[in-house]
Each structure stands twice: as C-alpha cells, then as structure tokens.
Write a protein that binds this ligand. Structure first.
Ligand SMILES: [Zn+2]
Length: 199
C-alpha cells in the first residue's frame, strides 16, 4: 500500500469518528477534499485549528467566546436583570435566533445525569450561584431542555437559588416534552419565552 493511500484512510478514519458521519460519508468527504482546490481544503483545517486555539468559554456565562467576555455579556444594551439558564452554547444560539430574549445567559455545559455519571459539581453551577449572589438579577429563567434530566436539573437549581430574592421561572411547554431546544423552531421558542411560568 502506498503512503498516499495511508493518508487517505487516516483522514477517512478521523472523519468517521465525528458524530453523525458514517464510513460512507467519511469516504465521500475525504474524496471531496482531494478534489477541491488545495487552499479550499486547507481552509477547513485552518478553521479547525482556529476554533481550538482561539475559542474559549466566556468568563462570566460560559458561552463560547474569542475574548474574555462573550459578545452578549459585553453588550451594555442587554437586560442585566434577567438571566436565562441553558444546558449548552447551542441552546443559547437557538434562543438568540428567536430574537425574543434580551437578557443575559448562563451556560451549564451539560445537565445533571446521574445515570451517565454527570453530577452537579461537573457543571457551572457554583459559578451560577455566585453570579446570582453578587448580581442584580430579578428573574432567573430555567431553559433547560424539557427532558427528565433537564427538568431534574432546573429543579435542583431552583433549590440552590431559593435563598436569593429572585423570581425563578421556566419556559412554557410550547416545546414538546422530550424535544430539544436545538431543534425547536424560533416561533415555538419565542412562544415558550413569552409564556414562561413561575417554577
Ligand atoms: Zn458571556
């Protein structure tokens, strides 16, 4: 076997380890990358390198950011009295895309899932409690996913935050139980935000 074949099969192996990419798709992608212009193919590897070296978690909310504070935390026009708690940065993106929310966020970087070995101390819960303790929030909106684990997480959080003088609400159940924010369309998310209820 030539070394070229080795390089190709290495790329196919790497690609097929990505979520949602099977062996066949990995092969298709690899041959596509061999066919396109060299600078186009290398732009992909640059983008991967940049995302790993330049992107980090926002020091305040744990959203993805290229600076110490993310664009949302750094924006003085956001409503600093409201804090919306989400599981992942991609959930934040879904809520932002709805255009219905102008407050701040806190990204947990997961949800409490005892069966998968995810305990509260592995999430950004301490930082959240500290933010609520020192911040000037009047409302905390639980926007964890409407799954058993998401609900459990927001219940746990509302207990942790019960000593503070803030109103705790959660998204209305416009989002079907079990579905994830990531896949809900923006109208549904906007409805869920407007119709939020006391927890
Ligand atoms: Zn931030």
């Amino acid at each position: 076997m030539s070394s070229h074949a080795g390089a190709v099969s290495q790329l196919v192996d790497r690609l097929s380890q990505l979520p949602g990419i099977g062996r066949k798709s990995a092969e298709r992608l690899a041959f596509h990358l061999l066919r396109v212009r060299e600078d186009e193919a290398l732009a992909l590897s640059d983008a991967i390198r940049r995302v790993r070296t330049d992107v980090r978690y926002c020091a305040a909310c744990f959203n993805l950011s290229e600076k110490e504070l993310c664009q949302i935390c750094a924006d003085p026009n956001r409503d600093a009295a409201r804090l919306c708690v989400v599981e992942q940065p991609r959930d934040l993106l879904s809520l932002e895309a709805s255009g219905a929310y102008k407050g701040l966020y806190h990204v947990l970087l997961g949800r409490i899932a005892p069966l998968d070995g995810v305990t509260p101390d592995q999430l950004t819960i301490d930082a959240l409690v500290e933010r609520v303790r020192t911040g000037k929030f009047s409302e905390i909106i639980m926007a964890t996913n409407p799954t058993v684990e998401g609900d459990g997480t927001s219940l746990y959080l509302s207990n942790q935050l019960s000593e503070f003088p803030v109103e705790i609400t959660r998204l209305a159940r416009g989002i079907t139980a079990g579905s994830v924010l990531e896949y809900a369309n923006r109208e549904i998310i906007a409805d869920a935000l407007t119709g939020r209820q006391k927890l």
